[in-house]
Design a binder for this molecule. Structure first.
Ligand code: G3P
Length: 215
């Protein structure tokens, strides 16, 4: 399973990348806004740190505008993946990008049929937002299962990128269901890493080592 980090915060990306845990990065307009910098500034810095797919989201909502914006983003670096909303105009733009060899991440996916259409349009990734489905008393994980099954039934190449991850169990379940990738906030990457028995075991070893005569 590929691990992407869901942030535009450079320090968070550096930290996770230094552990070898970042196959790619996803951003969105809300994450960019938190940095107080422009999308282009953030993306250029991220591309310096991570050699993998970096999702940058368009703001236009008409196909022509999405294509224009997406081409500009794609020209920034070869690793840019243009993030496009899962709306009719978005799918029109995805077809154009696919024909031009520009990678896309079709975002804000909340149903299996939306995911099927994204794949048919030629999306590189589809991003089902599982946490936001759970937020309204749905079962986000069911959506992952449905999309993985549909894509596998018909041999679609589009990768399922589990997004809107809120806790470690989301990552475990998405991996068990065969999601190709998960995009995970920095805090949750550390939660996934930490284990109380590792910490206790390390503390014990360090304590016991003090009893060993210096060699
Ligand atoms: O990158 C998009 C996605 O991961 C958003 O997550 O927590 O805002 O629903 P969240």
């Amino acid at each position: 399973m590929k691990i992407f980090i869901d942030t535009a915060d450079i320090d968070e990306i550096r930290d996770a990348a230094a552990m070898g845990l970042v196959d790619g990065v996803t951003t969105n307009p809300s994450l960019i806004a938190k940095t107080g910098r422009t999308l282009e500034e953030c993306i250029r810095d991220i591309c310096e740190i991570v050699d993998g797919p970096i999702s940058a989201e368009v703001l236009a909502t008409d196909a022509e505008g999405i294509v224009t914006e997406g081409r500009k983003l794609a020209a920034i670096h070869e690793n840019i993946v243009v993030k496009v909303p899962l709306i009719a105009e978005g799918l029109k733009a995805v077809q154009v990008f696919a024909a031009e060899g520009i990678k896309t991440n079709v975002t804000l996916c909340f149903s299996p049929t939306q995911a099927l259409f994204a794949a048919k349009a030629g999306a590189t990734y589809v991003s089902p937002f599982i946490g936001r489905i759970d937020d309204i008393s749905g079962e986000g994980m069911e959506l992952i299962e449905q999309i993985v099954t549909i894509y596998s039934n018909y041999g679609f190449q589009t990768e399922v990128l589990a997004a809107s991850i809120r806790h470690p169990v989301h990552v475990v379940q998405a991996a068990l269901l065969g999601a190709h990738a998960a995009t995970i906030p920095h805090k949750i990457i550390h939660q996934l890493l930490k284990h109380p028995l590792t910490d206790a075991g390390l503390a014990r070893f360090l304590e016991d080592a003090k009893k060993t005569p210096a060699g």
